[in-house]
Unconditional design. Structure first.
Length: 222
């Protein structure tokens, strides 16, 4: 699958492929954590195939004022902030704009946590492995921020599972976690997560909530 496009039918099929790569965790004391929204359908298939619980790790990128598709950092559920200082300098973003972006994203993350998770808390993960899932790695900043947050929780083991990723981002993230699974690694100047999928649509919060409700028991999401 390396350096190929349109290798997955959709996010669910991509999750099934990842589940096949993660068979050693079947039935283990391992938690699957999805980064919503796009990571939720992928993670749901992994959890279903491996018989593991599914939870959420809410993380959101800090977007540029003039382009909501591009970001210069990310904020995680626990307040962790990671900034791309090189990009900020290259764009000559004023510090006031940066701080406004952080505050706006913190509010967004808090709202999504409340909406999707309520008052539930994540269980103790100091002796458990976590499979952290998104639908792809472009710059890797969102994933890196999520990993930072899990390290702050002293998670025993962090495994990254993403269907597709840019080679440079995959290498950066692999260096800070215990293991990483990514069947579709691509190189080049231009990279879009959507190019790995035949069918690509935005995933809204209602869909994420429905996915969580489909799993038995009370999910502990963050």
């Amino acid at each position: 699958m390396r350096n190929r496009g349109r290798v997955f039918r959709d996010r669910s099929q991509a999750g099934a492929v990842l589940a096949g790569m993660l068979g050693e965790y079947r039935g283990a004391d391992t938690l699957v954590l999805a980064i919503p929204a796009g990571g939720a359908p992928v993670a749901a298939e992994i959890a279903k195939h491996l018989g593991l619980p599914l939870d959420l790790a809410v993380v959101s990128k800090i977007t540029l004022p003039w382009n909501t598709e591009s970001g210069y950092g990310a904020v995680a559920f626990d307040g962790t902030v990671r900034l791309n200082r090189d990009l900020i300098a290259a764009l000559v973003l004023p510090e006031t704009v940066v701080q406004e972006g952080i505050a706006r994203t913190q509010e967004k993350v808090a709202r999504r946590v409340k909406q999707l998770c309520g008052d539930r808390q994540l269980p103790d993960l100091t002796r458990r492995a976590v499979i952290l899932v998104d639908d792809g790695l472009a710059s890797g900043f969102t994933m890196h921020t999520a990993v930072d947050a899990l390290h702050h929780l002293a998670v025993a083991k962090v495994i990254i599972a993403v269907p597709t990723g840019h080679a440079e981002a995959v290498a950066r993230i692999a260096a800070i976690v215990d293991s990483l699974c990514c069947p579709n690694i691509r190189q080049g100047m231009s990279f879009a997560v959507a190019d790995a999928y035949e069918h690509w649509t935005d995933v809204n919060e209602a869909t994420v909530a429905g996915i969580m409700q489909s799993f038995s028991g009370t999910p502990h999401a963050v």
